[in-house]
Design a protein around this ligand. Structure first.
Ligand SMILES: [Fe+2]
Length: 270
C-alpha cells in the first residue's frame, strides 16, 4: 500500500468517525430536549395555570432577549429558564400553600422562598446539557440591589437569564390574576417596574423592557390573555383556555420531531 493511499484511508476513517460522533451527539441532545418537553408536560398536567404563566413569561422574556440582541444560544437559555423558573413550586411541600386562596403567613412565605433551590434540584440531572439552567432558576428571585433570595446576589452576579426572567415574571404576576391577587392593568405593571429600576431590576434591562418598541410587542403578544378577570376564583379553576396562552417557539420541537420520525417527519408536521 502506498503512503498516499494509506493517508487517504486514514482521512476517510477520521471523517467517518467524525460523522458518527456528530450523529450520536445529535441523538443525545434530542434526548435531553425531549426530557425538557416531558417536564413541561408534567407542569401542565399538574398545574395548568402555572403552565400558562411560564409560557407567558417565556414569550415576554424572548421579546426582551431579542431587543437586547442576544445570541441564539443565550436566547434559548433565556427561554428554558423562563419555562422552568417555577418548577420548584410543584414540590409537594409547596403545592397546597401556593394553591390556597388566602394571603400567605410569614412561615408560608419562608417555605415558598425555597422554590428556586427546589427547582434547581429538579433540573440538576440535566446540567451536562443545559449548564445555565439550574443557575438561572436558582437566581430568578434575586434582586439587583442584593436584597433578593436565596443567595442575596447583587448586580451582574445574577445571571442575565434570571435578570430578564425576573422582569417578565413580575410583569405577568401583576397583569394576570393568580391565587389571591387580582390582575392589575399593564400601566400599573409598567409603573411598578419603572419604580423598581435599579432596585429589584437591572436598570439597563428595565429600560429595554420599558421602551415603547418592546412595550408594543409585549402588549401584542399578551393581548389574548389580558382580558379582565371579574372575580377571584379558587384553586385549579384558574387555568386559562389554551388559546389564551401565547405561542412560544420552543427551540427543541423540531429536534424532538426529527427524533420521532426523522427530518421528513419534522417537515410533514410543519
Ligand atoms: Fe418564582
Amino acid at each position: 500500500m502506498t503512503s498516499r493511499l494509506r493517508t487517504a484511508m486514514l482521512a476517510a476513517g477520521a471523517g467517518l468517525y467524525y460523522l458518527k460522533a456528530r450523529r450520536e451527539r445529535g441523538r443525545v441532545e434530542r434526548l435531553a430536549a425531549a426530557a425538557l418537553e416531558s417536564l413541561l408536560n408534567a407542569i401542565d398536567a399538574n398545574d395548568p395555570a402555572t403552565g400558562a404563566h411560564v409560557r407567558r413569561v417565556a414569550a415576554v422574556s424572548l421579546i426582551i432577549a431579542d431587543a437586547c440582541g442576544l445570541s441564539e444560544r443565550e436566547r434559548s437559555s433565556v427561554e428554558r429558564v423562563a419555562l422552568f423558573h417555577d418548577i420548584g413550586k410543584m414540590h409537594e411541600a409547596l403545592f397546597d400553600i401556593t394553591h390556597d386562596g388566602h394571603a400567605l403567613s410569614a412561615e408560608e412565605r419562608r417555605q415558598i422562598a425555597t422554590h428556586p433551590q427546589l427547582g434547581a434540584n429538579v433540573v440538576a440531572p440535566l446540567s451536562l446539557f443545559y449548564p445555565d439552567l439550574g443557575d438561572g432558576i436558582l437566581a430568578h428571585h434575586e434582586r439587583w440591589d442584593g436584597t433578593g433570595y436565596p443567595r442575596g446576589l447583587r448586580g451582574t452576579e445574577i445571571p442575565r437569564t434570571a435578570r430578564i426572567v425576573a422582569l417578565a415574571d413580575t410583569f405577568d404576576a401583576i397583569t394576570h390574576h393568580r391565587r389571591y391577587d387580582m390582575a392589575r392593568s399593564t400601566p400599573d405593571a409598567v409603573d411598578v417596574i419603572a419604580a423598581e429600576r435599579g432596585r429589584q431590576f437591572d436598570p439597563d434591562l428595565a429600560d429595554v423592557f420599558l421602551s415603547p418598541a418592546v412595550q408594543h410587542l409585549v402588549h401584542a403578544a399578551m393581548q389574548p390573555s389580558l382580558l379582565p378577570e371579574p372575580t377571584l376564583v379558587s384553586k385549579r379553576q384558574q387555568a386559562p383556555a389554551q388559546a389564551d396562552v401565547p405561542d412560544v417557539a420552543f427551540r427543541w420541537h423540531v429536534a424532538v420531531q426529527e427524533a420521532a420520525g426523522g427530518p421528513d417527519a419534522a417537515q410533514r408536521s410543519s
